[in-house]
Design a binder for this molecule. Sequence first.
Ligand SMILES: [Zn+2]
Ligand SMILES: [Zn+2]
Length: 346
Amino acid sequence: MPISNGYPEVEDQEGTRIEKVLLAALVGFLLVGSFWAQDRIESFFPAPTLMPYGKEPYSSNSSEQAGVSVEDELGVTPLRTELEKLSKEQGAKNDSLANALAAKSKADEKYKFRREEYRTAMQAGNASASQRSAFESSRSALESAAARLQQFQAASDEASSKVAAEQQKVNAAAQRAQAVFGARSFQRNVKLVVLHFSFAAACLVLSWILWLKGRNRRWRYQAILTGLFTASILQLFFLLIRYCWELFLSDVATLGVAGIGTAVCIFAIVAIKRWLYSPERLALARLSSRRCALCATPFTETQSHCWKCGHALTEKCPTCGSDRLLYAPFCGTCGAGSVTTLPKSP
Ligand SMILES: [Zn+2]
Ligand SMILES: [Zn+2]
C-alpha cells in the first residue's frame, strides 16, 4: 500500500507545482462552463421589450428580440400611429392658416391703398367710376380673405385639440404599458435569481457530497473533487457579486442577497474550520514535517518533549512497547493503530 494513500496531508505536501496549476486551470474551466449554464438559463426567459423594434424581429439576436413588445400588446402602437397622422394633419392645417394670414394682410394692404386712392379723388372732386369699383372690389376681397382666415383658424384649432386629446390617450396607454413592462421585468428577474441560485446551490451540494465520499474512500485523485467543490463555491460567490452589482429595484432582493451572502460566508468559515483545518489534519501535517502536533515547533529525533510548549512528543506503543509519535495514527515500529487521540478543542 503506497504511503500516500490515506494521508491527504502528505499528498498535499508532495503535490507538485504543475498539479496546482492544473487544479487552478480545472477550476477556471469549470467556471467557464458554469457561466455558460447561467446564460442558458437566462435565454429561456426572453426579456420583455417595451417599444416595438419595427415589424421584423432582429435578425441577429432573434431569440431574445423576437416576440411582441408590451406596447404592441396593449395597443399603444396604433394610438401612436394615429397621433403621428393627426400631427401631420395639424401641420398641414397650420400651413394653410399661415397662407390665409398672408393673403389677408395682402388684401388688407390693397384695400387700404384703394380706399386712400378713392378718398383723395373724392376730396379732389374727380373720383371716377372705375376708382370706386376698384375700391369696392378690394373691400369685398378683404372681407372674403378675412372669412377664409377665420375658417382656417377654426380648422387649425380643431386639429390642435384633436392632437392634444390623442396625446393624452397615448400618454395614459404608455404609462400602463410602462407599468406592465416593469412588473414583467421584475418577475423575470425574480425567476432568474431563484434559478441561478438553485443551480449554484445544487452544484455546491453535489460537489460537496462527492468531495466527502472521495475523502472517506481516500481516493487518490481527490484533487479533482476539490477542484469541483472549489469551482462551485466560486460560482456561488460570483453570482452573489453579480447580483450585488446589479442591485435591482427592490429592497427585498437586496435583503435576499445579504441573507444568502451571510449564509454562504458562515458555511465557508465552518467548512474551512471543520474539514480543511481540522485539528486532526493539522496534527498530521505537522507530524509529517517533524513538528510538534500542538504548536508546530520543529523537533529532532532525540527530543521526547516539545521545547516550546512542553507537550510530550512520543508515547510507549501498547502493542510493541517501543517509542512512537504521539497522535500519529500508526506505530512506526509495529504498525499498530492509533490509541491517543487529540484533546478536543472547544
Ligand atoms: Zn509544542
Ligand atoms: Zn508499536
